[in-house]
Design a protein around this ligand. Sequence first.
Ligand SMILES: [Zn+2]
Length: 245
Amino acid sequence: MNFKVDVLFPGFSGKLAVGYMGFSTWAYVEGAGHKMVLDTGFVGLRQDYERMLALHGVRREEIDYVLLTHLHFDHAVNVDMYPNATFVCSRAEWEYANNEILRDKFIELPALPVLENGRLVLVEDGDEVLPGITAILTPGHTPGCCSYLLDQGDGTVWGLVGDAAKNRRELERGEVQMSLDPESSAASLKRIRESCDRVLPGHDGWLTIKDGKIIAEGGNDIHMVFGQGVTVNGGQTEIVLKMDE
Ligand SMILES: [Zn+2]
């Protein structure tokens, strides 16, 4: 099986003094006779949704599977954009999100009834979601974080891992920021590194794993444009952040 994975929006791990940016990775996945998306993108994408999917030759009504890594707001906020999709989520994440006592404040509560009333498939560790796509549980960031392993049929495995590894630094270091359970996170990162040749994190672009090294495939510099009346560095209205600096 050969899966096409087009990154619709490359995630970015950004946090401002005033709060989280929530720029999560959103990708179009095609293969096994299905048109899928990985997670649903952050809320700021909604106005560009149709256009961004159209650039990759697909309409949102054609999406028949949505692979959810977890149910935090920045990944699950746009579940209502897929009227014809089957949603895939880990059973552990579903139970966590529905547990009023245990769940954290980042769970996207309005997504729950949409999933409940739609077609929802709850997966366990090791389940084959579709031919060539295996779900593995990679807990830590949340108890039910799920990664999707795509068997590319050429001996390589691509991992769509969500916030189990938010970015290159976490995968490299083997530890994450914002984990509910750092030990589980470390074990999940180890499993991802051992299982995958290529990894798409929850808030970063593609990474290649080669001889134990993590290599960022593309430049991920961020060009920021500020709103009216906002300036930085004594007058600039735009700024380019270089990831490697
Ligand atoms: Zn998250």
